[in-house]
Design a protein around this ligand. Structure first.
Ligand SMILES: NC(=O)c1ccc[n+]([C@@H]2O[C@H](COP(=O)([O-])OP(=O)(O)OC[C@H]3O[C@@H](n4cnc5c(N)ncnc54)[C@H](OP(=O)(O)O)[C@@H]3O)[C@@H](O)[C@H]2O)c1
Length: 302
């Protein structure tokens, strides 16, 4: 059998942050009103090595939440009740989506958004602050200036972006003093864009860490809804071979890339977090990943 491609080592964003596990826990759907359940989810993620916790100010606005800021507020209440948790996580959040505008990265807005996130999270500093979506009507020099000042004031430790094209990353970087340490595109075996649009190439050349959002395509790769039958068939074959769930093979596919992406899993069930954590123990070969890409595309590679 050829070599196992799974990249299971911790990821390093910068010397200023502790290493993070190869799988992260996302809080888009962290909308329970039960503080005990919310704490248990966070405890389980940490226990499984998913110490990067990905939030955003807009989480709670949709997906069963109580409104803009609700998922940050809930995490803030969990940390307040159990302060030891703060040092066990790398706390990541995002700003810049403003319904119904929809995007604002102006100096004044980003500063106020970041300060509001700090208040809701009840912390002194955000470890990784990401621009959620590019606001193409703010000059990147203005975005860079406010991000650099938030770093120098100690409100945020490091900076990342999400849903930025590689060119947008380069332009913002060229105006910044602080490095961009992370980029967060959608990536899964059902959404292969970062393999082909230069996102992962840029990470390999700059050292930026890619964070993969909706790694199960929002659950579709687990349920099979709307996914090519040949892809589901292959995921199922591999899941029998590796003795894990189909969803866990889909997470392992992400871990196999040499850019060392971190899948941000979004399940709100501790048993599913435990199952997905097994992805680091899966073996995927070069032939397996190319077969998965062909099954996802529905056509053979040239
Ligand atoms: N930057 C951005 O623009 C952006 C956009 C979207 C998401 N994100 C980030 O990515 C994270 C993950 O996104 P996501 O929630 O769409 O991720 P996902 O892991 O692709 O999907 C999770 C969803 O799949 C469901 N699911 C069904 N069967 C499952 C199974 N067997 N195992 C696991 N989950 C199963 C889960 O339901 P249960 O909870 O019932 O298990 C949950 O609703 C978010 O929390 C957020 O941090 C970022």
């Amino acid at each position: 059998m050829s070599e196992n491609l799974i990249q299971k080592e911790p990821r390093i964003f910068s010397n200023d942050l502790p290493p993070v596990g190869p799988i992260a826990f996302g809080l888009w759907r962290y909308t329970t009103d039960d503080l005990y359940e919310a704490t248990k989810l966070l405890d389980t993620a940490i226990e499984l090595g998913m110490n990067l916790i990905d939030n955003a100010d807009v989480y709670g606005f949709d997906w069963g939440g109580e409104g803009f800021g609700a998922c940050e507020e809930l995490l803030g209440r969990v940390i307040k009740a159990k302060p030891d948790l703060r040092d066990q996580i790398v706390l990541s959040t995002k700003g810049g989506i403003v319904p119904p505008v929809p995007y604002d990265s102006s100096r004044q807005y980003l500063r106020s958004a970041c300060e509001a996130s700090l208040k809701r999270l009840q912390v002194e500093q955000i470890d990784l602050y990401q621009i959620h979506r590019p606001d193409i009507y703010t000059h990147p020099s203005e975005v860079a200036e406010v991000l650099d000042s938030l770093v120098s004031e100690g409100k945020i430790k490091t900076v990342g972006v999400s849903n930025y094209s590689p060119n947008q990353v380069s332009v913002l970087s060229s105006h910044m003093d602080a490095p961009l340490v992370a980029t967060q595109p959608e990536f899964s075996v059902n959404c292969l864009t970062p393999l082909r649009d230069g996102t992962f190439d840029q990470c390999l050349s700059t050292g930026m860490v890619p964070l993969a959002w909706s790694p199960l395509s929002g659950g579709k790769l687990a349920t099979g809804d709307g996914i090519r039958p040949e892809l589901i068939e292959l995921l199922d074959e591999l899941s029998v071979r590796e003795s894990v769930d189909r969803a866990t093979i889909a997470i392992a596919f992400i871990l196999a890339n040499p850019a060392e992406p971190i899948p941000i899993v979004g399940t709100q069930q501790t048993s599913r977090l435990r199952e997905l954590a097994k992805a680091t123990g899966v073996n995927l070969t070069r032939e397996d990943v190319y077969n998965l890409i062909e099954a996802s595309d529905g056509v053979p590679l040239p």
